[in-house]
Design a protein around this ligand. Structure first.
Ligand code: DAU
Length: 332
């Protein structure tokens, strides 16, 4: 693939994927299309070779911006999304616009310009919660919050464009992703940066909800595998193989930042809080992908990155973030 358009490439997982492409495939050029909404950050793309990487600011729900970026591309990989469950509980309009309307605009451009692959980055949250065992790709969609409902909606449009118009769509469903450059509204960077500052860690409910943790570079490699080896019309789970309760995750963060449990502040639970996510990634394993990062190493690396890159997250934790934080946690 000579030219790949990465939408949402200035975000957390998108920027890791952009770097992965440029490092792994010397013959590939990348165009990042990103609206630079609150969590998109040009700093995530610093230092890339301008001969091989071009940044275009634009919204995936804007057909003209999309057509300009996509013309001549071999593939579109769509990371652009409103991704935070708690924000979707405060209002779903932006989620519908980006995660459904934006996806449909991209699919129309994929069809118009005849791209070889359209990869829709989705989430294990579309399956809903599972008490035992792990979801497979053929299991029914059962999203339980506005965020995951919007991601399921985007997937259904992708599926529709494959079936109706033959757009070569591949869908990936990833687990909870962690690592450097994650916007500090998500639990891991929120707790790490609060712990660094000696601030409370607001743990929802009983702290026993389970998430499966996937290192960001492993997620990028899994998406790349599905993009290049996957079959159009198919869905691939990308699991980390690290299921942890939130209290286990919290204790790990406390140990790595040298803090004790007095920082943990149990707060009112998230409404509709999914108890456990678990997915089976055998289908992608069969194409050759395996996560490489062991849990202890990944956590040590991630925490160290936030410790060493305060210049990245301190400016974020003011302004819009402060207003969100007060609205989200103020009354809890
Ligand atoms: O599973 C994949 C999904 O993982 C992605 O599709 C989403 O975009 C991503 O946000 C993430 O969703 P979660 O809701 O699992 O992530 P979050 O970091 O918000 O929360 C992780 C767990 O930590 C969850 O059980 C809620 C809990 N939590 C979260 C926050 C922000 C807390 O206990 N306290 C908090 O302040």
């Amino acid at each position: 693939m000579k030219k790949i358009v990465v939408t949402g490439g200035a975000g957390f997982i998108g920027s890791a994927f952009v770097r992965f492409q440029l490092e792994r495939y010397p013959g590939t050029k990348v165009v990042t299309l990103d609206a630079l909404a609150y969590s998109g950050n040009p700093a995530n793309l610093e230092g890339l070779d301008p001969e091989r990487h071009r940044f275009v600011q634009g919204d995936i729900a804007d057909p003209e911006a999309v057509r300009t970026a996509v013309e001549g591309a071999d593939a579109i990989v769509n990371f652009a999304a409103e991704s935070h469950v708690d924000r979707s509980l405060m209002g779903a309009e932006a989620f519908i616009r980006t995660n459904i309307t934006g996806v449909e605009v991209l699919l129309r451009a994929a069809r118009e310009f005849g791209v070889q692959r359209y990869l829709q980055v989705s989430t294990d949250e579309v399956y809903g919660s599972i008490d035992e065992g792990a979801f497979r790709e053929g299991d029914p969609l059962s999203p339980r919050n506005p965020y995951s409902a919007s991601k399921a909606g985007g997937e259904l449009f992708a599926r529709a464009h494959f079936e109706t118009f033959g757009v070569p769509v591949v869908i990936t469903r990833g687990s909870n992703t962690y690592g450097p450059r994650q916007y500090p509204e998500k639990v891991l960077p929120l707790f790490v940066t609060n712990a660094i500052d000696g601030l409370p860690l607001p743990l929802y409910g009983d702290g026993l909800n389970v998430r499966d943790w996937l290192y960001v570079d492993d997620h990028a490699a899994g998406i790349d595998c599905a993009l290049r080896q996957g079959v159009p019309g198919e869905i691939y789970n990308i699991a980390g193989g690290n299921e942890r309760t939130n209290i286990e995750l919290t204790r790990k963060i406390l140990a790595l930042t040298g803090r004790d449990e007095s920082l943990v502040k149990p707060v009112t639970d998230r409404p509709g809080h999914d108890r456990r996510y678990s997915i089976d990634a055998s289908k992608l394993n069969a194409l050759g992908w395996r996560p490489q990062m062991p849990w202890d190493d990944g956590m040590a690396r991630a925490v160290q990155w936030y410790q060493e890159n305060e210049a990245w997250w301190r400016p974020i934790k003011s302004g819009e973030y402060r207003a969100y934080y007060d609205a989200q946690y103020g009354a809890r």
